[in-house]
Design a protein around this ligand. Structure first.
Ligand code: CU
Length: 82
């Protein structure tokens, strides 16, 4: 019974990990699209968005998907595209 629980936990960890892995690029694309559409946001805020976007991509590549989503979420908040 304990073994089954362990298997379930491992499967769950993989499932959520993959969900995050697919989620980050989706958020990055949302930010890229918003930037391409030239949002009415001050230049210094745009610079902040780009910094967070790069940070998010780096974290994603390091496998830190939750941190990545946090950074990308902040960028989206600035762009008002949450
Ligand atoms: Cu990710």
């Amino acid at each position: 019974m304990k073994f089954r629980l362990l298997i379930a936990a491992v499967v769950f960890a993989f499932a959520t990990g993959n969900a995050f892995a697919f989620h980050c690029p989706k958020e990055m694309k949302k930010i890229d699209d918003a930037l391409a559409a030239k949002p009415g946001v001050a230049a210094e805020r745009i610079a902040e968005v780009k910094r967070l976007r790069t940070e998010g991509e780096t974290l994603h590549k390091q496998g830190k998907h939750q941190e990545s989503l946090d950074a990308l979420g902040q960028a989206e908040k600035i762009l008002n595209i949450q």
